[in-house]
Design a protein around this ligand. Sequence first.
Ligand code: SF4
Length: 256
Amino acid sequence: MAISIIYGPVPSWRLGRSLGVDLLSTEGKTCSFDCIYCQLGKTVHPLVERKEFVSIAKLAEELEAVKNTAADYVTFSGVGEPTLASNLGEAIELVRSVLELPVAVLTNSSLMTREDVRQELSLADVVVAKVDAPDEELFRQINRPATECTFNEIIRAIMLFREEYQGKLALQMMFVEVNKGCAPEMARIARQLSPDEVQINTPLRPCAVKPLIPEDISAIRRAFSGLKNVVAVYEAPRPEVIPLSQKATLLRRPKL
Ligand code: SF4
C-alpha cells in the first residue's frame, strides 16, 4: 500500500522519533500562513476555512499498516497547517486508539481563535503553538498570514486555550534576523501565556532565510531566564531514525 497520509518517523529535536500524520496531504503547501522561513517553499493553497482533505477511513487503513512502528509521538503536521483539517479531532481519537502512542499537534496558532479548533486540540497530549513575533507588524512580516485575525486575537486565543487545556502546551518561537532583537518582548509574551515549555528555534533546514548562529540563540535564550523548560534548537539531541517511506517523508520534510 502506498503510504500517503502517514510519513516518517522523522527525528524531532522536540519530540524524539516522530511519526507524522498529514491530514492535508495536498500537492503543494496548504496553509493560513506563508512564513518567510518555511522549509516547504511558497504557500500554494492559502486557506483560512476548515475542510476535510483526507477521509478517516483512509487514515484508519494506513494506521493498520504502521501499527508496529517504533516512535515516541504521533505528530499531526505535514504540508501546511493541520488545524485546517475539519476532521482533526476525530483523527486524534482514532490515532490514539490504534497506535497507543502520545499525540502531538504542531500548529501555527492562527485557527485557535475558533472554539471548535481549541476543543479538538485539547484532545492531544502535546500542542506546540507557534508565536514568532511580538506585535502585528512583525507578525505580518514574518508569518505573512492569509487570515484576517490580528496578532492580539491569536495571543488571546492561545491564552484561552491555556486556561482550558490539561495537556502539555509548548510555544515554538522561530528567531531569524528580523526578530532577533525582540527576545525581551517575546519572553514577556511567553510569560503571559505560561506554557509548559518554550522552544527557541531558528530555521536549520534549507529555506529562503539564514538561521541565526549559536551565539545569537544563546543571547536570546538568556532573555527567557525565569521561564520553566526553555529549550533551544542547537542544544537538543536528535535521534537516529529511518522513515518507512523516503518519498512520503521528503514531501513533508524536504531535508530529513
Ligand atoms: S505555518 Fe508552518 S507550514 Fe505554514 S507557512 Fe509557516 S512554517 Fe510553513
